[in-house]
Design a binder for this molecule. Structure first.
Ligand code: HEM
Length: 195
């Protein structure tokens, strides 16, 4: 086991802050999807308008975490993938990860544009109104359709991401999943055990 991990790489982990943000974003995006799943159906105006602000509040927290995450990714990078991993898998992994970043950025941007064009006041935290409720319906529907399309694309990419993580964690057992999931062993300890 130790040899397998030693062969992995010298700096086997993401920073703790990167891991915390990863899991917080995962939980919040699922929560926001839960709030949003009813938007496609029939709702009373009061419920819809309040839910829009609730949804935008969670989305705003996701947006702040997203900016922090990109900053930390650029500053600290990501630990290298196992040398034994086939080149096509490394390429697929990079495309999937940067694709997710790109799509989350577009999701947030189209969410804000949808809110700006809404026919109700959409106010994250009840304090930062993005609209006065006088938006044009055609603009609202335009951005909302893209927002929904990007949501569905992200759900598909997240499913692939989870399958990939489980493949590494349960089948290959090469430590790749632990780089984001392992909280109980510090980076330093991992480095020492690799030395
Ligand atoms: C965290 C990531 C987000 C996810 C996963 C997400 C997902 C969704 C989904 C699935 C819908 C329903 C689409 C439909 O059925 O037509 C929706 C609608 C909407 N979203 Fe988001 N969204 C996110 C972020 C945001 C942000 C940051 C804002 C604004 C600040 C926002 C504002 C809206 C608005 C105004 C609607 C339309 C509500 C309505 O149809 O009445 N979203 N979102």
């Amino acid at each position: 086991m130790k040899n397998k991990r030693s062969a992995l790489n010298a700096n086997a982990d993401y920073r703790v802050a990167q891991k915390v943000i990863h899991w917080l974003m995962a939980i919040l995006i699922i929560g926001d999807l839960y709030v949003a799943q009813k938007f496609g159906g029939v709702m009373t105006d009061v419920d819809r308008f309040e839910s829009r602000s609730d949804h935008a509040t969670i989305g705003t927290v996701v947006a702040v975490l997203f900016v922090l995450r990109i900053y930390l990714r650029i500053k600290h990078g990501a630990p290298p993938l196992p040398t034994a991993m086939p080149a096509w898998q490394k390429t697929a992994s990079h495309i999937a990860h940067w694709g997710l970043y790109l799509l989350i950025g577009v999701l947030i941007a189209t969410g804000i544009l949808t809110a700006i064009n809404a026919n109700s006041v959409v106010s994250p935290f009840g304090r930062f109104p993005l609209s006065d409720g006088s938006g044009l319906e055609s603009n609202f529907l335009f951005f909302r359709n893209i927002h929904e399309f990007i949501t569905n694309t992200i759900i598909a990419l997240i499913a692939i991401h989870i399958v990939g993580a489980l493949y590494h964690g349960l089948i290959k057992r090469d430590g790749v999943m632990g780089r984001m999931a392992r909280f109980w062993k510090s980076e330093k300890a991992v480095k020492r055990s690799n030395a």
